[in-house]
Design a protein. Structure first.
Length: 572
């Protein structure tokens, strides 16, 4: 057996043909083991993930083994190339060559000075698991194995049926009611995109919906990263030739309710990356989409399994009739590091058994992570206002409203937040703000506003709340209402471009059109005060707080409708 090492995966039709031919000889072929998958990962992640692809050739120079591995820049740790993108990863080789091939790969890695391997998502039922442990022992590597994920599966022949094409699915009445509610105008149906052109046309909408859905649940989608979006686009292009890619949409007329970026390969339909329109969450569109996928798969004689992928979500368990485990295999040359990892794993397993303990640990870790990211002085600064002898709050009233042809202010929607997440994916502070904004939007705590340019790019965010100057003994003129602009934010990369000033002008103009008067509140923020002044706002009231003395001195009026400092201060 001769080994050949590739450090890049170039376009090579001969290698693709040999690679995929070898795939047909393995025990359980998966779409994740294809040449196209490895090539897509390389094209999207080659700047941060460096391939170490071992090709084995027999005496007749036929490809008999592929180990698609990779390492980070400057790291001695090796992992599967597709570990962060594939549901399953394995060594690709025929059964008769497995032991020899894996042992040869490990010997080469040790010669290269590799002291640590992390092989995740290895199927627990793969014969490679035992072979890896044996090869590790022969190469002075300590192995530690634990369960990584449990993948739910639907074995179609085991489904209870009422007729050949009518499987019995859970919550049938609820499913019918939800489908009828979503399909009032036209029946709900599945639409499949399998050609490259069709998939590429549908991907932007799918990606925005995925990002928006994660925002609603308080998370940042991996689709926010340009590498992930590039990977899905490249994968669709490469797999479209074999018609393995299948972007499924559940639609009624022109309205799309849910998506699944998946595959059909070797008798399996993969539920790989689903999402749905969060506005229709009450109708469980994701559940409905999966039910219709299983119904369609049950009627297709060429399909045997619907694989629901990584993650043990409750809705998957309602459909599943079989589970498939994946393993995390850690191999280390250092015995001390090996035992330290075992202790960490057992400790983590113990903590997860108690929900209260897990939440407490997560809270502590999040606290230290936040302080480390912001810096100790920045963290300490949050406590400074409480230590001050006094604090002054100034209130500004809008002047004559102004218009702008270059920018537009509009009501904030979830889609605007999703667009901003994709645009500012590297700005951690802005991502934190967008998560807060999604939560506030969902709870309807205030009315969000967003400044966009002519191309629709979000540039500045702000919130408005109802406000009454009667707290300052101000008499309202007629029935005019008042709104307070709070919690403004400009993404870090867009600051010093006067977008805050533009937003304030347009918010004031919008308020006037709605019969309202706009106000701004400033707490020790010179940038925000300057933006208010440039936008034509003028100071009307100031309130001096003396928390230590327990008194308040008002410049005008006697009481104030106070906003929390976090909301009133702006980040411009």
């Amino acid at each position: 057996m001769r080994l050949h090492l590739l450090k890049e995966i170039a376009e090579d039709s001969k290698l693709r043909e040999q690679w995929n031919a070898l795939l047909g000889r393995v025990d359980q072929p998966q779409v994740f083991y294809t040449y196209e998958w490895a090539r897509a990962v390389y094209l999207a992640y080659h700047e941060t993930l460096h391939p170490l692809v071992f090709l084995a050739y027999d005496e007749s120079e036929e490809l008999c083994g592929v180990a698609a591995l990779a390492t980070d820049a400057g790291s001695k740790c090796v992992s599967f190339l597709c570990a962060t993108t594939a549901d399953y990863c394995d060594f690709l080789t025929a059964p008769e060559n497995r032991a020899q091939f894996i042992a040869a790969v490990f010997r080469e890695l040790r010669k290269m000075g590799v002291s640590q391997l992390k092989l995740t998502n290895l199927p627990a039922d793969s014969p490679s698991a035992a072979t890896i442990r044996q090869a590790a022992s022969e190469n002075a590597l300590h192995s530690h194995v634990r369960t990584a994920y449990v993948c739910a599966q639907v074995v179609l022949e085991q489904l209870e049926r009422r007729g050949p094409n009518n499987p019995v699915l859970p919550r049938k009445k609820m499913l019918r009611r939800f489908l009828n509610a979503m399909g009032r105008e036209q029946p709900v149906r599945l639409d499949h995109c399998s050609s490259n052109g069709a998939v590429q046309a549908a991907l932007p909408e799918f990606m925005r919906a995925h990002v928006a859905r994660f925002l609603v649940t308080g998370r940042i989608s991996n689709m926010a990263r340009p590498e992930r979006r590039a990977f899905l686009a490249e994968l669709a292009r490469l797999l479209s030739g074999s018609r393995s890619i299948l972007l499924t949409r559940m639609i009624s007329g022109q309205r799309v309710f849910a998506w699944n970026y998946g595959f059909q390969f070797q008798g399996t339909w993969f539920w790989y990356q689903p999402t749905f329109d969060s506005d229709l969450e009450k109708y469980s569109p994701g559940f409905c989409l999966l039910a219709k996928v299983i119904e369609e798969a049950a009627a297709n004689p060429s399909l045997r399994i619907v694989d629901l992928g990584l993650g043990a979500e409750d809705y998957k368990e309602r459909f599943a009739n079989r589970n498939r485990k994946t393993l995390y295999v850690s191999l280390r040359s250092s015995a001390l590091a090996h035992f330290a990892e075992i202790i960490r794993d057992y400790t983590s397993s113990f903590v997860r058994k108690s929900r209260g303990a897990e939440e407490a640990v997560r809270s502590v870790l999040a606290f230290f992570h936040r302080w480390r990211r912001q810096g100790w002085f920045a963290g300490a600064g949050a406590w400074a206002p409480g230590l001050m002898l006094y604090r002054e709050v100034s209130y500004y009233e809008s002047g004559e409203p102004q218009r702008s042809e270059e920018f537009e202010i509009r009501r904030l929607q979830l889609d605007d937040l999703a667009t901003a997440v994709i645009e500012f994916h590297d700005d951690r502070a802005t991502l934190d703000y967008l998560l807060m904004a999604a939560r506030r939007l969902r709870l309807n705590e205030a009315e969000g506003m967003v400044l966009v340019d002519s191309a629709g790019k979000p540039l500045h965010f702000a919130w408005i709340k109802t406000f009454s100057p009667s707290h300052f003994h101000e008499k309202d003129e007629g029935s005019q209402q008042h709104v307070m602009i709070v919690d403004a934010w400009t993404p870090v990369s867009q600051r010093r471009k006067h977008y805050c000033t533009q937003a304030l002008k347009l918010i004031a103009a919008d308020a006037k059109r709605n019969g309202q008067r706009a106000w701004g509140c400033e707490i020790s923020n010179a940038g925000w005060a300057g933006a208010l002044a440039k936008a034509g706002f003028h100071k009307r009231y100031g309130i001096r707080h003396r928390p230590i003395l327990g008194t308040k001195v008002l410049k005008a009026g006697q009481t104030a409708n106070e906003f929390p400092a976090k909301e009133a201060s702006a980040r411009v």
